[in-house]
Design a protein around this ligand. Structure first.
Ligand SMILES: CCCCCCCC/C=C\CCCCCCCC(=O)SCCNC(=O)CCNC(=O)[C@H](O)C(C)(C)COP(=O)(O)OP(=O)(O)OC[C@H]1O[C@@H](n2cnc3c(N)ncnc32)[C@H](O)[C@@H]1OP(=O)(O)O
Length: 155
């Protein structure tokens, strides 16, 4: 299985995303990978917040940051799963790219700032152009947020 980040397979014109574009120096530059855990194929990404990613109090991460991380990991996971379902390597033509149609986030507890965050994704359904992705964000083995995304492949 490729160790290349999903986002590193995006063509240059799709690499300016605030959340995951490798060519956006002001962005989060999130990178997502396949990850086998408990016999399930998940996707995984890590992110360590910077002090300026805080919310109302310095100890905790901004909720919009958490939503952004789930957002970019979710669309990348949808694309990876769609390529896999077609038996193709990511980035091969024709290009498959997903955008977020809907994203719901449940913030379960404050997310501490000082540790690496782990974002997991699982594509639970691929149907036509639509992917449903279950998402979570945790740190120190504590689940801080969960999300559900509907991602739609661009025509
Ligand atoms: C920033 C803009 C991106 C531009 C594209 C550049 C390419 C990027 C690629 C790679 C770079 C990586 C970037 C990662 C980005 C991170 C994630 C984001 O932040 S994305 C930005 C926020 N999202 C949007 O701006 C989408 C805005 N919405 C739309 O463009 C359309 O509404 C779209 C494409 C989502 C659907 O429009 P339709 O006309 O193509 O298709 P229809 O027929 O409406 O939907 C297709 C299926 O999806 C369902 N669907 C659509 N919206 C749904 C919803 N909200 N909830 C549930 N299902 C929905 C429909 O019911 C339909 O399902 P049935 O085939 O009938 O079963």
């Amino acid at each position: 299985m490729s160790k290349q980040a999903f986002q590193d397979s995006y063509p240059a014109e799709f690499s300016h995303c605030y959340g995951c574009g490798r060519d956006n120096p002001h962005g989060l530059q999130l990178k997502s990978y396949w990850h086998l855990s408990a016999d399930k194929e998940h996707t995984i990404a890590h992110f360590t917040p910077k002090p300026y990613h805080t919310g109302g109090v310095p100890d905790n991460a901004y909720g919009g940051l958490i939503a952004s991380l789930l957002d970019c990991h979710g669309t990348a996971s949808a694309a990876a799963a769609a390529y896999k379902a077609q038996g193709r390597d990511m980035g091969t033509a024709p290009i498959l790219r997903f955008v977020t149609a809907s994203l719901s986030v449940d913030f379960l507890r404050p997310t501490p700032m000082e540790n690496k965050l782990t974002i997991l994704g699982e594509v639970i359904q691929l149907e036509g152009r639509k992917a449903t992705v279950k998402l979570s964000l945790s740190t120190n083995d504590q689940l801080c947020a969960t999300g559900t995304m509907i991602a739609v492949a661009l025509k």
